[in-house]
Design a protein around this ligand. Structure first.
Ligand SMILES: Cc1ncc(COP(=O)(O)O)c(C=O)c1O
Length: 458
């Protein structure tokens, strides 16, 4: 069979409330053209994020009932720790309420002003948590990874020559750790090859720099390695995942992605001394080390979800259905990051609206149009998210790319929902010349895109 179907049946449904164009216009105005400020019930198809939005399986719901809510040493914790050790292989596991808590504990422990932390591309919360400590976050993705139309099987790879040059320039002692984000979310959801993970790990070991994986989408990355990298076609996703982590000294994980859970995460390491210091911070801000900001039932849902994310039928459907969206809009001429990523399709908004300059937020213009046209919520990953406004001079710097991400929640939408999204994007594409940009009227110094207020340019 050529048709790849959703490898599940639907047991419980959540109604979607239809809306009219006039209602959506009013909602946009009330949200100051920032879709983070919309009520979710006013959204028809929510592609804001794949984070924490997965539909849980019957087995996960059943596991919730097994949740042991004991404060210390709960049965659910030991199950969680066993699952994480089994798949990720690290000795010390610190449970946290979500990925950024792992980042805050890790960077808060190892980073100081003057330090530099390289990655392929830091995710926004990762960058913000590094910069909050006074350290610098450096993106070293390969050149192809910065060109949306460039085709490369592993566009999330790090440029190892640039890593070596950075180490030579700043000195290994100022690099407390090096990261690779798998898959590379802010760079288009593009995978990192096993060869690149191995090579970056070797360079780090040579200089005594701890090497970490930002593991949010480790299962999707494993699948890409299996289908695109020589020598992995017959390997199971779990064995590929285990190999990936064998090259690392630790990882941060948001279980809201490939943990198939609605909340949760962990920080893991092989370094006992570091784990002890991190545990002190964990107790201070997250909770006791055997629950760390999660309920026992969350620990259960994740323990189950981590294995479900590695299921071959699921991964085949997941990666194929994401590329279905990308290929259909690309066929209509819409410029997307090629090839389609794992969890999301990224539209190149700078190419979509060439008449809108980067500082006029072409990505946000497309995000607004998607909601206006069809009640679809997407997210800008461009100048609104990563651009800068100097607080003293008001001088604005644009981001390197102007992308719009359509993130696909796991196991939530069917093919007809995706067909609806394709139709909306193509409709906007046909009237694209008339679209204008936006200006920021209010913003915060960190993670401004969540709360910024915007105004359409006339
Ligand atoms: C690559 C990456 N790292 C870190 C995070 C942060 O995780 P959380 O939202 O659970 O704090 C995310 C979330 O989207 C992410 O995509």
């Amino acid at each position: 069979m050529k048709t790849i179907i959703e490898p599940f049946r639907i047991k419980s449904v959540e109604p979607i409330r239809m809306s009219t164009p006039a209602q959506r216009e009013a909602h946009l105005r009330a949200a100051a053209y920032n879709v983070f400020q919309l009520r979710a019930e006013d959204v028809l198809i929510d592609l804001l994020t794949d984070s924490g939005t997965a539909a849980m399986s019957a087995d996960q719901w059943a596991a919730l009932v097994r949740g042991d809510e004991s404060y210390a040493g709960s049965r659910s914790w030991y199950r969680f720790e066993r699952a994480v050790r089994d798949i990720f292989g690290f000795r010390f596991v610190l449970p946290v309420h979500q990925g950024r808590a792992a980042e805050r504990i890790l960077f808060g422990t190892v980073c100081r002003p003057g330090h530099v932390v390289p990655s392929n591309t830091h995710f926004d919360t990762t960058r913000a948590n590094i910069e909050y400590t006074g350290a610098r976050a450096e993106d070293l993705v390969i050149a192809e990874g910065r060109i949306p139309s460039a085709r490369h099987p592993f566009k999330g790879n790090m440029d190892v020559d640039r890593l070596r040059a950075l180490i030579a320039e700043v000195g290994a002692e100022r690099i407390p750790l090096c990261m690779l984000t798998v898959t590379n979310n802010s760079g288009g959801g593009q995978p990192v090859s096993m060869a690149n993970i191995r090579e970056v790990s070797a360079v780090c070991r040579e200089h005594g720099i701890p090497f970490y994986l930002d593991a949010c989408r480790f299962a999707e990355n494993s699948w890409f390695i299996r289908i695109r990298e020589e020598g992995y076609a017959d390997r199971s996703p779990i064995s590929i995942a285990r190999e990936m982590f064998s090259y690392a000294d630790g990882c941060t994980m948001s279980a809201k992605k490939d943990g198939m859970a609605n909340i949760g995460g962990f920080l893991a390491t092989n370094d006992e001394r570091l784990a002890r210091t991190e545990t002190e911070l964990l107790i201070l801000t997250e909770g006791f080390p055997t629950y760390g900001g999660m309920a026992g039932r969350d620990l259960e849902a994740i323990s189950e979800g981590l294995y479900e994310a590695l299921d071959e039928d699921y991964l085949n459907y997941r990666i194929t259905s994401t590329s279905y969206l990308g290929e259909h809009i690309a066929q209509a001429g819409v410029p997307i990051v090629q090839p389609p990523g794992g969890h999301a399709i990224y539209i190149d908004a700078a190419a979509y609206f060439p008449q809108v300059r980067p500082l006029e937020l072409p990505g946000q213009a497309l995000v607004v149009e998607l909601y206006r046209e069809a009640g679809i919520r997407a997210v800008e990953i461009g100048t609104l998210m990563f651009g800068r406004t100097d607080p003293l001079t008001d001088v604005q710097t644009p981001a390197a790319m102007e992308l719009v991400r359509l993130a696909i929640p796991r196991r939530v939408y069917t093919q007809s929902h995706v067909d609806y999204v394709v139709e909306a994007i193509v409709n906007i594409w046909r009237r694209r010349a008339a679209v204008r940009g936006y200006r920021i009227v209010e913003q915060m110094p960190f993670l401004r895109h969540f709360t910024a207020k915007l105004e359409p340019l006339t």
